[in-house]
Design a protein around this ligand. Structure first.
Ligand code: ZN
Ligand code: MN
Ligand code: MN
Length: 280
């Protein structure tokens, strides 16, 4: 099983892959830049080359890049909407320059608007972005917790976006277990995991599932509150993750943890926990 963390790119991309390797990851996720600012420094070609060399040497892959947090592909504000499309394209180009396989994006949010309106908006944005830059990397749409006007909290909403795209060959999904649990997908039991697997298969289709964000959830089931927590220590719990990791639909999909990093012990503990839960 491919298992890794979201790691910091502080000091360069080659340092990020070293961090992943030292943690014992065989896949990883990064931001391509500061996720909370619009400014972008060009990627240093030597750093990108070293990044590619090291990940090959250590067999770390796939690499997921997560989009900038300021991007909102459903924004009702024309300026932000336009800027989000431009910035999404920048993230896509950087993903490809790094030779990363996937770019993960949230769908977007528009408080007070109906989901249908947002779905249409995101569809327009993604169609425009892919017209500006034909992707070679695969764009993964991530399900959300449904917090603060976010769309994409139901798998059917994600599928409605995909169905509206002019080109969907390079589109997949990244399923976040914390977001899904907060949005009402209960994976605490094998029956719940099976129901989720069935819903993925009948909406977006199992083939689109390219990545999993493996996070426990600090808040209650269906709370619509997105608070990631350590694996097995949140409301999903050990039994839930044991069932999830054992399911044939999820077993072989690369998994990235976006769990809190309060101390240096957190990542090794979470990694060990996942490995222990997937045994037997
Ligand atoms: Zn995300
Ligand atoms: Mn996530
Ligand atoms: Mn989250």
């Amino acid at each position: 099983m491919r298992l890794g963390f979201h790691v910091s790119i502080s000091g360069g991309f080659s340092l990020a892959v070293q961090r992943a390797h030292e943690l014992g990851c065989n896949c990883m996720q990064i931001f391509s830049r500061n996720p909370r600012g619009w400014t972008v420094k060009p990627i240093d070609p030597a750093d990108a080359a070293e990044f590619k060399k090291l990940r090959e040497q250590w067999d770390i892959g796939p690499v997921f890049v997560h989009t900038n947090y300021l991007i909102n592909l459903a924004s009702p504000k024309p300026d932000l909407f336009e800027r989000s499309i431009e910035q999404f394209v920048i993230d896509l180009e950087r993903t490809e320059k790094l030779g990363a396989e996937y770019l993960v994006t949230h769908l977007g949010s528009a408080s007070g608007r109906e989901p249908e309106w947002m779905i249409e908006r995101v569809t327009v944005a993604l169609n425009m972005a892919m017209k500006l830059h034909k992707p070679s990397a695969v764009i993964l749409l991530e399900n959300t917790a449904g917090e603060k006007g976010d769309v994409g909290y139901e798998l059917q909403q994600v599928q409605d976006v995909i169905a509206g795209l002019a080109h969907s060959e390079n589109i997949g999904i990244c399923y976040d277990t914390c977001h899904g649990f907060a949005a009402g997908y209960d994976i605490r039991t094998p029956a719940g995991v099976e129901a989720l697997a069935k819903e993925i298969s009948t909406t977006v289709g199992a083939d689109r599932l390219k990545g999993i964000h493996l996070n426990d959830c600090l808040k209650e089931f269906a709370s619509r509150v997105d608070r990631h927590w350590h694996i097995g220590e949140g409301k999903i719990g050990e039994d839930g993750f044991r069932a999830f990791l054992a399911h044939p639909l999820f077993r072989h999909v690369p998994k990235i943890m976006e769990t809190p990093k309060e101390t240096d012990e957190d990542d090794p503990r979470n990694l060990k926990k996942v490995r222990s839960l997937q045994k037997k």
